[in-house]
Design a protein around this ligand. Structure first.
Ligand code: PFF
Length: 459
C-alpha cells in the first residue's frame, strides 16, 4: 500500500503547528506565566523554544521523514532493535496524554455549549468556581463530553492524513488565529490592561529559579509536542523535497506566538478586572468567564474564546491519536480506520478513571496521587523527558550523518546551523533535560552534581 503524504507543505506546517498549539498554549501557558513570575518566565520559555525546542523538532521531523515510518518502526529501522524502545515510549505517551487531554478537551466542549446557551453568564467568581468544580467532579456529564471530544478526534483521524488531518487543520488553524487576534485586541484595549501587559512582557529577573526553569523547559517540550514521536509521525508523511529546518522554524514561531498571544489575551483582562493572575488551572474556566461577564459584548467574546480553545485542543488531539494509529496500522497491518476506532475507544476508556478521579474516585490514590494527577505526573516527569533525552542522543550520536543529510536535503540546501544543532543534540539537550528530570525527582543539588559528572565524563 502506498504511504500517505501531506498534500502541500503549507498543510504540513499547519498540521505540525496545530499539534503544537493546543491547551498547553492557551490554558496552561498563561496560568504558568501567572504563577511563575510573568515576563521572566516568558523570556526563559522563548529561549528554550528557540534552542533546544527548535533543534529537537528538526531532529524528530528528520527521523520521521528519513524512515517514513511510525516512531517504533523509525527507531528500529535507523538505529536497530533496542532503539525501538524509544518509539515505544512515544506510543505509550500518546495513549497517556490523550486520555487526560481529552477529558480537558471535553470541558471545552461543555463550556462552548454552555456559552452558546448563555448558562455561564455571571460575574461572580464563587458561582463560576462552583459551576466548574460541579462539572469536573460530576460522574456522567464530563465523561459524555470526553466521549464527544474523542468522537471528533477519531472522525478526523479516520479520514486520513491528507483528507482528514490536513484538510481540517487548513481551515481550523487560520480560524484559530483570527479568533485569537480578535480576543487579544479586546483584552489589551480594556481600561487597566496595561498592568497585565507589563507583568507579562517585562521580565523581573529576580523571579528566575530552579522551579521556573523546570516549568519553562517542560512547557517548551509539551507545547512543541516533543519527546513522544508526534513530530516523527507527522514528519513521516513529508515529501523528500521539503525544507525541514525552515518548516520547523515556522512551527516553533507559530507555537511561541500563540503562547505570547494566549498570555496577552488572558493576563491583561485578568488584571483589568482586578482578578488574581496566580489562580492556577482555574484561570481559563473560572477567572476568564468572570472577566467576560464584566465586559460589554462578553457573551460573544466568551463563545469565540471557547470555540478557539476547542479548535486548539482538537488539532493537538488528532496528532496524539495519529501516533498509535500509525503504529498499529504499520506494525500489525491493522486497517487505519479500525486502528483509529479501537485505539480511540481504549483511550476513551482510560480517560474515564481520569475524569472520575476529579470527583467520586478522588480518594483512590496511588503514590499519593489520584488517577488524573498520576497520568500527568507519569508523562511530565518520566515518559516525556526520557523520550526527549533518548531522541536527542539518538540524533546527535547515532544517526548524525543521516540528520545532516535530511536537514540539507542531501546537500542541496545549506543548513547553516548544523554546528549548533549537533552541539544541542549531543550535549545541551540531554544534560538540560536530565537536570530537569532529576531535580524534580531528587532536588536540585543532587541533580546538579549528577549532570556535572556526566558532562565531565563525556568530555
Ligand atoms: N502541544 C500540545 C499542547 O501544547 O497543548 C500538546 C501535545 C500535543 C503534546 C501532541 C504532545 C503531542 F504529541
Amino acid at each position: 500500500m502506498k504511504r500517505e503524504q501531506w498534500g502541500s507543505r503549507f498543510g504540513f506546517i499547519m498540521a505540525a503547528a496545530g499539534s503544537a498549539v493546543g491547551l498547553g498554549n492557551i490554558w496552561k501557558f498563561p496560568y504558568l506565566a501567572g504563577t511563575q513570575g510573568g515576563g521572566a518566565f516568558l523570556a526563559v520559555y522563548l529561549v528554550f523554544m528557540a534552542t533546544i525546542g527548535a533543534a529537537l523538532i528538526m531532529a524528530e521531523i528528520a527521523i520521521g521523514r528519513s524512515a517514513k515510518k511510525n516512531p517504533v518502526g523509525a527507531f528500529r529501522l535507523l538505529g536497530g532493535g533496542l532503539w525501538s524502545v524509544t518509539g515505544m515510549i512515544g506510543v505509550i505517551t500518546g495513549f497517556l496524554i490523550l486520555s487526560y487531554y481529552s477529558v480537558v478537551g471535553g470541558w471545552t466542549v461543555a463550556y462552548l455549549l454552555k456559552s452558546v446557551a448563555g448558562t455561564i453568564e455571571t460575574t461572580k467568581p464563587d458561582l463560576l468556581e462552583a459551576q466548574f468544580s460541579g462539572l469536573v467532579s460530576a460522574v456522567l456529564e464530563p465523561i459524555l463530553y470526553h466521549g464527544v471530544f474523542m468522537v471528533l478526534t477519531i472522525g478526523i483521524v479516520i479520514a486520513g492524513v491528507a483528507q482528514g488531518i490536513e484538510r481540517s487543520v487548513k481551515i481550523l488553524m487560520p480560524l484559530l488565529f483570527i479568533l485569537l487576534i480578535v480576543l487579544v485586541v479586546r483584552s489589551v484595549t480594556l481600561p487597566g490592561a496595561w498592568e497585565g501587559i507589563e507583568f507579562f512582557l517585562v521580565p523581573d529577573w529576580s523571579q528566575v529559579n530552579g522551579e521556573m526553569l523546570r516549568a519553562a523547559l517542560g512547557q517548551a517540550f509539551f507545547s512543541l509536542s516533543l519527546g513522544m514521536g508526534a513530530m516523527i509521525t507527522y514528519g513521516s508523511y513529508l515529501d523528500k523535497g521539503a525544507d525541514i529546518p525552515n518548516a520547523s522554524c515556522w512551527v516553533v514561531f507559530l507555537a511561541a506566538l500563540v503562547g505570547v498571544l494566549g498570555g496577552l489575551l488572558v493576563l491583561p483582562a485578568v488584571f483589568a478586572f482586578g482578578m488574581d493572575p496566580g489562580a492556577g488551572p482555574g484561570l481559563t474556566f473560572i477567572t476568564l468567564p468572570a472577566v467576560f461577564g464584566e465586559m460589554i459584548g462578553g457573551y460573544l467574546f466568551q463563545v469565540i474564546f471557547f470555540a478557539m480553545l476547542l479548535i486548539a485542543a482538537l488539532t493537538s488531539s488528532i496528532s496524539l491519536l495519529a501516533i498509535p494509529v500509525a503504529y498499529f496500522a504499520e506494525e500489525y497491518g491493522i486497517e487505519r480506520k479500525w486502528s483509529a476506532i479501537v485505539v480511540g475507544i481504549v483511550i476513551f476508556l482510560i480517560g474515564i478513571p481520569c475524569s472520575l478521579a476529579l470527583g467520586i474516585w478522588g480518594e483512590y490514590k496511588l503514590f499519593g496521587m489520584n488517577f488524573f494527577d498520576l497520568m500527568v505526573y507519569a508523562v511530565d516527569y518520566y515518559t516525556l523527558p526520557i523520550g526527549g533525552i533518548l531522541t536527542s542522543l539518538f540524533a546527535g550520536w547515532v544517526v548524525l550523518e543521516k540528520m545532516r543529510k535530511e536537514l540539507s536535503n542531501d546537500g542541496s540546501l545549506t543548513f547553516r546551523w548544523i554546528g549548533a544543532f549537533t552541539w544541542i543534540m549531543r550535549i545541551v539537550a540531554p544534560l538540560a533535560v536530565t537536570w530537569v528530570m532529576l531535580s524534580a525527582l531528587f532536588g536540585e543539588r543532587l541533580a546538579a552534581i549528577w549532570v556535572m559528572l556526566s558532562g565531565l565524563l563525556w568530555n
